[in-house]
Design a protein around this ligand. Structure first.
Ligand SMILES: O=P(O)(O)OC[C@H]1O[C@H](OP(=O)(O)OP(=O)(O)O)[C@H](O)[C@@H]1O
Ligand SMILES: O=c1cc[nH]c(=O)[nH]1
Ligand SMILES: [Mg+2]
Length: 210
């Protein structure tokens, strides 16, 4: 079963329009990516397990909903996931942070790993994985696999733009991983870029466009 959540929010759509715009410069792109990351993190954590605790206001005592467990670990898929996870860190400031370095070969479209750092809490808390682009799905499948191998009992995948091909591939390989995205786009082009998409997220985020 595909657990795809296309988040419908007026502020998210507004920011995504500017993020997609080819004229948006890197500093603004990073800011928008972080704001979008915060909105998507709020959606991805909407149903985190909670419990009832007794609290004291200045006026009285009451039973109140609080989180039942510590915040999940946040994991960025380098590089572009760093910009998106920035917003996740604002929403969950106490969360430990991990990194998976993946780069996609521009000809074969296969990802290769160049680094992996995972906090031990991932084994008890589970993880939210951040990568703005779910294109062929190769990077997402590999990143989820690494986080599972690190012991995560549950994983949520947060992206900005998803292609149908990537959703199908990730859902087939990891049907237990829900996907949260701001948009399900139309297709991939012959170079594996998402259309209409937003171009190369890593390059636009960090200004590495030639
Ligand atoms: O679904 P896929 O076909 O695997 O493509 C998506 C991947 O491509 C981009 O990263 P890229 O390899 O360009 O690295 P970068 O973030 O360092 O630019 C993007 O951030 C994803 O990680
Ligand atoms: O459209 C795409 C596809 C893969 N990676 C990107 O950054 N953009
Ligand atoms: Mg990448």
């Amino acid at each position: 079963m595909t657990m795809l959540h296309v988040v419908d929010h007026a502020l998210l759509a507004h920011r995504l329009a500017e993020l997609r715009d080819a004229a948006t410069p890197s500093p603004r792109f990073r800011k928008l990516l972080a704001e979008i990351g915060a909105i998507l993190t709020l959606e991805a954590t909407r149903a985190l397990p909670s419990r009832i605790a007794r609290i004291t206001t200045p006026l009285t005592e009451m039973d109140h909903q609080v989180l039942a467990a510590p915040e999940p670990v946040l994991v960025a898929v380098l590089r572009a996931g760093l910009g998106l996870m920035e917003g996740g860190m604002q929403v969950l400031p106490e969360a430990p942070v991990g990194h998976v370095g993946l780069v996609r070969d521009e000809h074969t479209l296969k990802p290769s790993q160049y680094m992996l750092r995972m906090p031990p809490e991932v084994r008890s808390r589970g993880a939210i994985l951040f990568d703005p682009m779910l294109a062929t799905g190769g990077s997402a499948v590999a990143a989820v696999q690494r986080v599972k191998e690190a012991g995560a009992p549950s994983i949520r995948f947060v992206c900005v733009v998803a292609a149908p091909e990537g959703v199908a591939k990730l859902s087939a390989a990891h049907p237990d991983v829900p996907i949260y995205t701001a948009s399900l786009d139309e297709k991939l082009d012959h170079r594996g870029f998402i259309v209409p998409g937003l171009g190369d997220a890593g390059d636009r985020c960090f200004g590495t466009v030639e």
